[in-house]
Design a protein around this ligand. Structure first.
Ligand SMILES: *Cc1c(COP(=O)(O)O)cnc(C)c1O
Length: 400
């Protein structure tokens, strides 16, 4: 990353530089739409990176926030509170898991999953502590999660990096077998590698991985931070693959826009001792009340059927766009999809889409040749069509 001197026109000149952002400053959002300070509206197919499952500022969330904020903000994680217990119960009822720990970010939930696997390995597997992850994987930005991730170059940015993380290749079961040692405690997987460019695991590979980990007594940890809570057309993506992980993490869509994450496990792996795990904001009722409202809405079968309908519309629409504009195709699961461009122009397409008039289109480019689409799960059919039409205009501007 190069370091440019801040300019007077850069609205972020007081911020520590962490990434390049457009000059736009957003002031309000409603459903699929965001409005900037100049009053221009943008159709948002990023939604905070698959965070706003119900779109911007849905009444369901604003009401839950208001009601809970007037009742109880935070009694301390040393005490039970009602939304914490209700959300845990709701997650247990709608998943294959028995126990829940609430946290505030995906990286924090994943750290908890690794701690749980190491705690279990030390007591049940004579000290096993290694975690097998996958090349290109993304698990968050704490030091340990940067080690757990498989992003090229991430191992060298902040040395020394935490050890105990080894890598295998997605969809290559032999590479997982080779990586296994008597010290392996767990395998950690994203069923759809989001940051890597929406790379969907083969169902056959996932079933082999489940069988292999069960046979070797190794935990299977599913990082469903991006894929969970309806994003892939099921409450949880593991349902699509017809397997049950031992441990799962959730974040992004769980809070529908607020910082909320969860670590879930089967009873057999409920092995933290008192004091092993915690955090000041873990299980606070304000965020838990929002999570409960989101899960109650999203994990209904009719809602999930709607997600699958919109996903089919988006997939068919993207296939037509790819055909008409000479692109390489589209891929994904549910409403987590990507359009593969013929060259490294994704950044230009994102900029052209946002600059469209009179309304802009917000897109994300996780890789130089790839556009990722993560609309609100309740986007309307008409808004989806409008998004596809705006996407065509942006592609025409860049590709001719
Ligand atoms: C976003 C993401 C994370 C990190 O979540 P944060 O809330 O940013 O810490 C971890 N895993 C996956 C798969 C993600 O998409």
């Amino acid at each position: 990353m190069d370091h440019e001197a801040p300019t007077m026109t850069d609205p972020g000149h007081d911020l520590i530089t962490i990434t390049r952002r457009p000059d736009t400053v957003f002031v309000s959002g409603q459903g699929a739409w965001l409005t900037d300070e100049g009053g221009k509206r943008h159709l948002d197919l990023v939604q905070g990176w698959a965070v706003n499952s119900l779109g911007h500022s849905p009444a369901l969330i604003t009401q839950a926030l208001l009601a809970q904020s007037q009742r109880l903000l935070n009694p301390s994680p040393a005490y039970y509170n009602r939304p914490l217990l209700d959300l845990a119960g709701r997650l247990v009822d709608s998943s294959c898991f028995d126990r829940v720990f609430l946290a505030s970010s995906g990286a924090e939930a994943n750290e908890g999953a690794v701690k749980l696997a190491r705690r279990w390995g030390s007591s049940m597997r004579s000290g096993a502590n290694e975690i097998i992850g996958f090349e290109q994987a993304f698990h968050g930005r704490t030091l340990a999660m940067m080690s757990a991730s498989g992003k090229p170059g991430w191992g060298e940015i902040y040395p020394p990096m935490p050890g105990g993380f080894v890598k295998a290749r997605l969809n290559d079961i032999a590479s997982v077998e080779r990586a296994m040692t008597p010290l392996t405690a767990a395998v950690m997987i994203e069923f759809v590698q989001g940051e890597a460019g929406v790379v969907v695991a083969d169902p056959g590979f996932v079933r082999e991985l489940r069988a292999l980990t069960a046979e070797r007594g190794v935990l299977l940890i599913a990082d469903e931070v991006q894929t969970g809570i309806g994003r892939c057309g099921h409450a949880f993506a593991y349902e699509h693959f017809g397997i049950e992980p031992d441990v799962m993490t959730l974040a992004k869509g769980l809070g529908g826009g607020v910082p909320l994450a969860a670590l879930l496990c089967k009873e057999a792996f409920n092995c933290f001792l008192p004091g092993d795990q915690g955090g000041t904001f873990c299980g606070n009722p304000l965020m838990a009340a929002v999570g409960l409202a989101v899960v109650n809405e999203v994990c209904r079968e009719e809602f999930l059927a709607g997600v699958r309908e919109r996903a089919a519309q988006l997939s068919v629409g993207l296939q037509a766009v790819a055909r008409d504009h000479g692109l390489l195709g589209e891929r994904g699961l549910g409403l987590l999809r990507a359009l593969v461009l013929p060259s490294d122009v994704a950044g230009e397409v994102v900029a052209a889409a946002q600059a469209l008039e009179p309304v802009g289109l917000l897109l994300n480019a996780p890789r130089p040749h790839l556009i990722r689409l993560m609309p609100a799960l309740n986007i309307s059919a008409a808004e989806m069509d409008e998004g596809l039409a705006l996407l065509r205009r942006a592609l025409r501007e860049v590709l001719g």
